[in-house]
Write a new protein. Structure first.
Length: 244
């Protein structure tokens, strides 16, 4: 089952350091339209993990995830998700809700607003899911065990108390993890954790080291479909499933 990883949904700033992380709203809309046209559904981590374990809907579903909790996931992505009838999971940095991407300060990366508490409540009310992305988005492997445990455990506890939902899924900040980090995430009660290692998730995978497919905003729709594992269709000539 493909697990897609999105970050920014919006225009790419001039000179953006990580240009591939910006997916235009029109691009997201086209991607989801294409998936839906081929009979595929966008689902949350919880639904995806359940179906992966039980073998349901194999080949007809894709998990949609948004890292960091940028406000544009709400303002730009949510209307598109709702239009196509898709669900998604957003991994939040619990200590920075209502703030900005402070982990990028000093790296030449522009500031981007993160969802506020009210924004997250709107996201949840729309039927979407949240997961944890730690408290402050540190490099967990650089912390001692006590500090890393606090980042992982406190984030889950904070989000559950703040929003009254169960938080079962974790995304490793920067995609970095070690065997010790994975063990901490497991011991803190998370059902799954996603990485930035490329690949399609399988039922035999360690649920706390799940691979994902980064959606590259600099690639076209054909490359996106090949990445997801769908049959390539020549859109220029309206062939196959894309013909009206």
């Amino acid at each position: 089952m493909p697990i897609l990883s999105y970050h920014h949904i919006g225009p790419r700033p001039a000179g953006a350091r990580f240009a591939s992380l910006y997916v235009a709203p029109s691009q997201l809309d086209r991607q989801l339209w294409a998936l839906r046209r081929m009979g595929m559904r966008g689902i949350s981590m919880s639904d995806g993990l359940s179906r992966l374990r039980n073998g349901y809907g194999r080949g007809h579903e894709v998990v949609l995830t948004f890292d960091d909790g940028y406000r544009n996931a709400l303002t730009a992505a949510l209307p598109i998700l709702r239009h196509h009838g898709f669900k998604a999971t957003c991994f939040l940095v619990s200590g920075l809700i209502g703030g900005h991407n402070s982990w990028d300060d000093g790296l030449g990366v522009g500031r981007t607003d993160l969802m506020s508490r009210a924004d997250v409540e709107t996201w949840l009310a729309a039927g979407m899911e949240i997961g944890s992305h730690s408290c402050t988005h540190p490099r967990l492997q650089a912390l001692d065990e006590a500090a890393a445990t606090d980042e992982i455990f406190a984030s889950r506890a904070t989000l559950q108390k703040m929003f009254g939902v169960i938080v079962d899924h974790f995304a490793y900040p920067f995609g970095d993890f070690t065997t010790a980090t994975v063990d901490l995430v497991r011991r803190c009660g998370y059902v799954s954790a996603v990485t930035t290692q490329p690949g399609t998730a399988r039922a035999t995978d360690d649920a706390h080291r799940l691979p994902r497919l980064l959606v590259d905003g600099e690639r076209g729709l054909g490359r996106f479909l090949l990445q997801v594992g769908t049959p390539y269709v020549d859109l220029r000539h309206g062939r196959g499933l894309f013909a009206d």
